[in-house]
Ligand binder design. Structure first.
Ligand SMILES: O=C1O[C@H](COP(=O)(O)O)[C@@H](O)[C@H](O)[C@H]1O
Length: 242
C-alpha cells in the first residue's frame, strides 16, 4: 500500500506527504514556527508540545534553527518515561540534545516530575507543575508506535480508558503497559484535543500501514491512535515521508 492510499479511506486525516524525511522536517518546522510566531504576536507567548521517540530528531534540529522569539516559547512533552532526566531513554534528554539547541536554546522547557514515590505521585506532581502552561497550547505534535500507541496511550494500558476520557478532569496520568517498557506519564486526551493545532508525524511505510489498519478497526482501544484521530474536531494533519 502506498501512503497516499491513507487519504481517501478516512475523513479524519489530512495527509501531507513528502518525498524525503528532510523535506518533511523542513515543512513541519516551517508550519510549527509560523504558528508559534503567530501565538507570540497575539498573546506575547506560545506553547509547543512535542513527542519523544526517534522520529522527531531531524524535525527538532530543523526547528531549533528557526528564527522566532524562542525566549517566549514554552516547550512540554506529550509523554515521558519515569526515569531520571539524564537517562538515555528520557524524552527530556532528547529535547535537551536535539530541540533546546541553536536558536531554540532560549526556550523554556517544562519537564514532567519523575522522582515521586510512585507513578501516581509523579502524575499528580507533574499535573501541578504543567497545568498553568497547559491552559493554552498552540501546537501539539504527536508520534505513533508500530503497536498503534500515541502519547503513552498504549494498547491494554492500565489507565488507558481514563486517559482517553474527555470528562475525567485529569491533565496528566500515569500508564503501565506491557509494550511501554518503563512506567509512563502522559497528557490526557482532553488536553491534546484542546490544542489549537494537532499534527501526527510518522515516517516509513510500516507506520502508514499501521495508521490505515488502526483507522479501519471497529474498536478504537485496540490501537489508541484511532481514538485520538477520530475524535479531533478538525482532520489531523498527518506529516509522512517514506
Ligand atoms: O514511546 C514513544 O514512542 C512514540 C513513537 O516513537 P518512535 O521512536 O517510533 O518515533 C512517541 O510518539 C512517544 O512520544 C514515545 O514516548
Amino acid at each position: 500500500m502506498k501512503a497516499d492510499a491513507l487519504k481517501p479511506t478516512d475523513p479524519h486525516i489530512d495527509l501531507q506527504s513528502y518525498e524525503t524525511r528532510g523535506a518533511l522536517a523542513e515543512a513541519l518546522a516551517l508550519s510549527v514556527a509560523g504558528i508559534l510566531a503567530g501565538g507570540i504576536a497575539e498573546r506575547g507567548t506560545a506553547t509547543l508540545v512535542v513527542s519523544g521517540g526517534s522520529t522527531p530528531k531531524l524535525f527538532f534540529k530543523t526547528l531549533s534553527a528557526c528564527d522566532i522569539d524562542w525566549a517566549n516559547v514554552t516547550i512540554m512533552l506529550v509523554d515521558e518515561r519515569i526515569v531520571s532526566p539524564d537517562n538515555d531513554r528520557a524524552n527530556a534528554k532528547l529535547i535537551a540534545d536535539y530541540l533546546l539547541q541553536d536558536k531554540a536554546a532560549a526556550a523554556q522547557f517544562l519537564p514532567y516530575v519523575t522522582d515521586g514515590r510512585d507513578a501516581a505521585e509523579c502524575a499528580q506532581k507533574s499535573e501541578k507543575q504543567l497545568a498553568p502552561s497547559l491552559k493554552h497550547i498552540d501546537v501539539t505534535i504527536l508520534g505513533m508506535g508500530t503497536d498503534g500507541h500515541t502519547a503513552s496511550f498504549f494498547p491494554n494500558g492500565d489507565h488507558l480508558e481514563e486517559a482517553l476520557d474527555m470528562q475525567s478532569g485529569r491533565q496528566v496520568i500515569s500508564m503501565l503497559a506491557e509494550g511501554a517498557g518503563e512506567p509512563r506519564l502522559t497528557l490526557t486526551m482532553p488536553v491534546i484535543q484542546a490544542s489549537r493545532f494537532v499534527a501526527l508525524h510518522i515516517e516509513g511505510q510500516e507506520k502508514a500501514d499501521v495508521l490505515k489498519t488502526a483507522l479501519g478497526l471497529d474498536d478504537d482501544l485496540t490501537m489508541p491512535i484511532a481514538c485520538v484521530v477520530k475524535n479531533t474536531p478538525e482532520p489531523v494533519k498527518v506529516f509522512w515521508a517514506p
